[in-house]
Ligand binder design. Structure first.
Ligand code: ADP
Length: 454
């Protein structure tokens, strides 16, 4: 097992990784920008190294500074968390070249899955159902028009290197195609320095359902069920739950098994998430994330598996130690992402936190690096906490979530707590009847019901 792990991230995920390491007797090294000198992960880690100024490109994305910090402190592995360098194959190569372990899959797997065109090809070869679309990149407007006809409108033009919902444009008919193609290509070039785009059928009312898998280096692989992440705003997840209210137990088992066996066929090891769109009873592969995800705790709550602990174990070369039949799914879990944003306008609201009181009690978990008096910096993601609850039934989990949101006190900044309170009392949501467009429509129709307390 590792003796010392450098955590190349910040916020709640840095803390999450620190906690797993601590419980395994592994020493931790925090890295931080000048803006994060007072952050919780910096205070709790065994050692901390300042790696640069506030701007992420000069600190959390500064590969050389992070590698130097790891060498200087004698770390034997680097955990990249999510975001930042977590899906950067060149960084994973660099970590290995310096004789340390990159906590994640092998660099060639990150590369394969990081490009959506090659990922989709790999998905087809390994037996996953995909959204019908172009068989590779699309280079000209004429080619795009040809695919539009062939697939049937509406279609979506997507960046091969895409992420964070950028570089995607929908064309409802041939007239819209030239613009959609050019806009997506330009956005892709500006955001990802690659203008490779591809085209697929635009599904109109799908749900976003993803499967968590974990695999060791010896071909052992299990899935930890699915997560329904359909509640999105600007393609960003807001609230996630497991199991999905849309699936029955047979469908749940089937998609889990399909995802796990595809990953086994590909020779994937480490943790990963296979994302699907789900419409009219059918699944379509969307993309794969080769890292731990923000919403991993809900899978932990229903399976009892400590995903980060097991990620550290398999990265160190340990066998998984359990099989699919050892995974028992119990109850229902929900996660609310609480952002420092105005709950009606979603304008970020950084600033100094006054009072900070987190809810507690049975089966309530808060993952957060915040504390009273902490100043939320303006230069990073606005998520300040994840509230995760578990219940024996979906209804039980909802009642607990309602109670926990009521208990949460965050003063000094606006947060999206009132939005969550509004969502979880809505009858459609309570009936589980929602798709990827539901939340945006809900927000536009319920502006006045979102009541800010601060
Ligand atoms: P990113 O990597 O930028 O998050 P994804 O490919 O995962 O991009 O897609 C993000 C979201 O965009 C999906 O959750 C879904 O809401 C929407 N989307 C992507 N592809 C399609 C499609 N073919 N049909 C309908 N919606 C789509």
């Amino acid at each position: 097992m590792f003796e010392k792990v450098l955590i190349a991230n910040r916020g709640e995920i840095a803390l999450r990784i620190h906690r797993a390491c601590r419980e395994m007797g592994i020493k931790t090294v925090a890295v931080h920008s000048t803006a994060d000198a007072d952050a919780m992960h910096v205070k709790l880690a065994d050692e901390a190294v300042c790696i640069g100024p506030a701007s992420a490109k000069d600190s959390y994305l500064n590969k050389a500074a992070i590698i130097s910090a790891a060498m200087m402190t004698g770390a034997d592995a680097i955990h990249p968390g999510y975001g930042f360098l977590s899906e950067n194959a060149d960084f994973a190569d660099m970590v290995e070249a310096h004789n340390m372990v990159f906590i994640g899959p092998k660099p060639h797997m990150i590369r394969l899955m990081g490009d959506k065109v090659t990922a989709k090809k790999a998905a087809i070869e390994s037996g996953l159902p995909v959204v019908p679309g172009s068989d590779g990149d699309v280079k000209t407007v004429d080619e795009a028009l040809m695919w539009g006809e062939k697939i049937g409108y509406p279609v979506i033009v997507k960046a091969a290197a895409g992420g964070g919902g950028k570089g995607m444009k929908v064309a409802h008919n041939a007239t819209e195609m030239a613009d959609a193609f050019t806009l997506a290509k330009n956005e892709a070039r500006n955001s990802f320095s690659s203008d490779v785009v591809y085209i697929e059928k635009y599904l109109q009312t799908p749900r976003h359902i993803e499967v968590q898998i974990i695999a060791d280096n010896y071909g052992n692989i299990v899935h930890l069920g699915e997560r329904d992440c359909s509640l999105q705003r600007n393609h960003q997840k807001v609230l996630e739950e497991t199991p999905s209210p849309a699936l029955n137990s047979k469908q749940r088992r089937e998609i889990g098994e399909i995802a796990a066996s595809a990953m086994k066929k590909l020779g994937y090891s480490n943790v990963g998430t296979i994302e699907f769109l789900y419409e009219n009873g059918r699944f379509y592969f969307l993309e794969m994330n080769t890292r731990v995800q923000v919403e991993h705790p809900i899978s932990e709550m229903v399976t009892g598996v400590d995903i980060v602990r097991d990620q550290l174990r398999v990265s160190a070369g340990a066998p998984l130690g359990y099989t699919q039949k050892d995974i028992v799914f119990a109850g229902h879990a929900i996660e609310c992402r609480i952002n420092a944003e105005n709950p009606k306008t979603f304008i970020p609201c950084p600033g100094k936190i006054g009072a900070w009181h987190t809810p507690g009690g049975l089966e309530v978990r808060v993952d957060s690096g915040m504390y009273a008096g902490y100043k939320v910096p303006s230069c990073y993601d606005s998520m300040v906490a994840k509230l995760i609850v578990h219940g024996r039934t979906r209804n039980g989990a909802m009642m607990r979530l309602r109670r926990a949101l009521e208990e949460f006190v965050i003063e000094g900044i606006s947060t999206t707590i009132p939005l969550h309170q509004c969502i979880i009392t809505n009858p459609e949501f309570l009936d589980g009847e929602y798709n990827i467009h539901w939340l945006e429509k809900f927000i536009s129709e319920h502006q006045d019901d979102i009541i800010e307390e601060n």
